[in-house]
Design a protein around this ligand. Sequence first.
Ligand SMILES: [Zn+2]
Length: 406
Amino acid sequence: MLTLRGSRGPRCGAELNDLGVIPDGAVLVRDGVLQEVGPTRRIENLALARTALEINAAGRVLMPGFVDSHTHLLFPPPGGAESAADLARAVRATTAQRLEMRARAHLEAMARHGTTTVEVKSGCGPDESAETKILRVLSSLKRDHLDVVPTFLFRLPEGSGEEALHEAAEWTIRELLPKIRRRRLARFADILWNSDGPEPYRDFVRLLEAARGMGFGCKLHLERRRSEAALTAAVERFAVTVDHLEHAAPSDARLLAGSCTMATLLPCASFHSGRGDAPARALIDAGAAVAIASNFNPQHTPTLNMQTAMALGCLRMGMTAAEAISAATINGAHAVGRADHVGSLEPGKVADLLILNAPDYRDLARDFGMNLVHMTMKRGEFIYTEGEVSMARRPAQVFPEPVRAM
Ligand SMILES: [Zn+2]
């Protein structure tokens, strides 16, 4: 059993390797909450355990559910949209019901692959009706089985020009953010940083500061280029995470290591785009806190399996299995502000857990593209159980004559 118990803050550096393993462990769940976590012998002898329904996980790994802290789940399917403007158009042309239905199908697939909490970003550019529609759909999904954490993503088409950016930033600060805040439509504000010059820098910083002033947790999307200025601005303004970092340099690792800002690694994004990977090893070795997420996006990163993200983190970025697991559970929970409730198996936390069809957690680092999830529990309820394969003992198919391949 991997409990992931430990310090209250995000795990960084060497701490990422400590999974709080109990070799023969058990949990006692009541009303969707973990009551007891410990060695099986102790749990079995508790009075409350005598009347409990027993789920046997012998020979399997028991661990917290995955927290996918960075997705673009509501992006239209392939062929739909490229830029923020296309996305806005596609969102306006689709009914909320249809968006909701499609999102729900993705969330179900995530549950089958062990994700129990998921962050979802908007990102339609300066288009109030499209942004609000996405955030409202996300709000209605909050009542579903998985925990959905909505994030407002400030995203402009590449090369929008300084004027357009300035206007969009001003409008977002003046009109959109206060509305989103008032209606409680998003918990985080994420800024996609896609410019370099001094003018855009001022607009991005103003956005960061305004969002923080209104009580949003701040995130930075640093995807297309390296920007030390952007990174410094985010760290100095206590951003919760800086995401992507495919172009980060070793000095960026040192900057993040000395801060309370986490790095969110998205190996599936690099895998699908063919661009380089974020320097995971340099970040961890410098002492930074890292999270791993899928970056799931039906168009550009059509991978929602967190196990695949973790395996890529190990196979391509040199992470250990334990580091990848910490990054995908407890640190993911910190990245979405839910670490008091999920991300580890500790008494008082929500009973979000997985039983893996594997005897050793290290299989997660190796079994690329597989689904090792045997059961997914959300708030004390099994929302997914691996189906049986019927290998009926039918008589072997008999052909009347020898079959000859033509
Ligand atoms: Zn992204």
